[in-house]
Design a protein around this ligand. Sequence first.
Ligand code: G3P
Length: 218
Amino acid sequence: MKFFVDTAEISEIRELAATGLLDGVTTNPSLIAKSGRKVLEVIAEICEIVPGPVSAEVAATDYRQMLAEAAVLRKIAPNVAIKVPLTPDGLKACHALAQEGVMVNVTLCFSPAQALLAAKAGAAFISPFIGRLDDIGHDGMELIADIVQIYGNYPALKTEVLAASIRHPIHLIEAAKLGADIATIPPAVIRQLYLHPLTDKGLAAFLKDWAGTGQSIV
Ligand code: G3P
């Protein structure tokens, strides 16, 4: 499973890139707003740090304007993936961009039908939002299962399932069990993945016993 980080904070991205575990980055207008920085500058900086796909989202809602914004975003770096909302205009833009060989991430996916449309439009990535479905009392993971199953029925569809709106490690593990290709994960959740109390307890015991030997390896 590929790991993307869902943030526009450069310091977080640098720290995670240094672990060697990061395969890409996703941003959205809310994350850019939170960074307090200019979108073009932030995306350019992220693309220098991470060689994998970096999703930059259009802010327009009409097809022509989406393509105009995509043209600007694409120029930043070859690893920019254009993120478009799952609307009729968004999918039309996705189709046009995909025809030109551009990676497109179709976002705000909340149903299997929407995911099927995005794949037919040539999306490189589909972003089903797990957490936001859970928030309204639906089962976000069921959406991941449905999409993985549907795409699996049609090997000609090359769209990767990018599990998004991940709120905790269990979301990630369940999505991985279902075969989602990628997860985009907030930095705080990535840090949680390392943790287990038995690891801390076991390490403390090893260190105590080792100190008792009086040895050193180097
Ligand atoms: O970037 C899209 C998605 O991951 C947003 O997550 O937590 O705002 O629902 P969230």
